[in-house]
Write a protein that binds this ligand. Sequence first.
Ligand code: FPP
Length: 249
Amino acid sequence: MPDASDTGQQTATSAPRGPRHVAIIMDGNGRWAQARGRPRLFGHHAGARRVREVVEACPALGVKYLTIFAFSTENWKRTQTEVAGLMSLFRRYIAKEMQALAAKNVRVRFIGDRVRLDAKLITLMDQLELQTAGNDGTHLTIALNYGGRDEVARATKRLAQDVADGKLKPEDVDEETLPKYLDTCVLPDPDLVIRTSGEARISNFLLWQSAYAEYEFIDTLWPDFSANELARLCHSYGCRDRRFGGVKT
Ligand code: FPP
């Protein structure tokens, strides 16, 4: 679990600072490719290349936690070709980036339900998590077959099982208890959620965790997103007044 100084939680009175945890909905790959007359997967490959630049930018910006939405529980509705291409891209990305991520002191975790993912991909995910488990630099979390509602439902099922087994009393279930059952249990809540491509919706991403996040909906398509743009958004976040339901004192 992160210690109190590492949770990114700010109080109503603390001084403004950059976000400790940035979460990104990487949208717009398909439109980026279509604008170039190329298939959608071309855009996903270009998007994957952007991930490295953004991960590498985090330490200098004070971003300790980066969570990226790679594949949602709803993305299975896409064509078989696109889904298979994305799964292949994830396998290739993990195999290709494993050494570099480990060497750059990045700790990688995956969130989401693995049940629909293929065995080869799951093995690579396990390897990447294991290989980077001792790292304490940027905490990169990749949401793969992730949906916020699905996560809460799976968490509730486990919590209900603990109640049935007598490990937890119903009267002890509160706002502190439920997050311990979420996929993100070891992560602080996101401070800043960014969505690229001009869409202003959250699409089932980190529903519980983002209750008090600041949002940035920007027009840039994900394959055009840059470290400079991340820096701009982090700076702008630092100028915001987060009150967490309280009032400024
Ligand atoms: C949304 O754009 C993007 C996705 C569903 C996939 C995100 C995946 C990547 C950026 C690839 C690499 C990620 C990793 C971790 C290797 P869209 O296809 O919905 O774009 P559109 O709205 O323009 O159609």
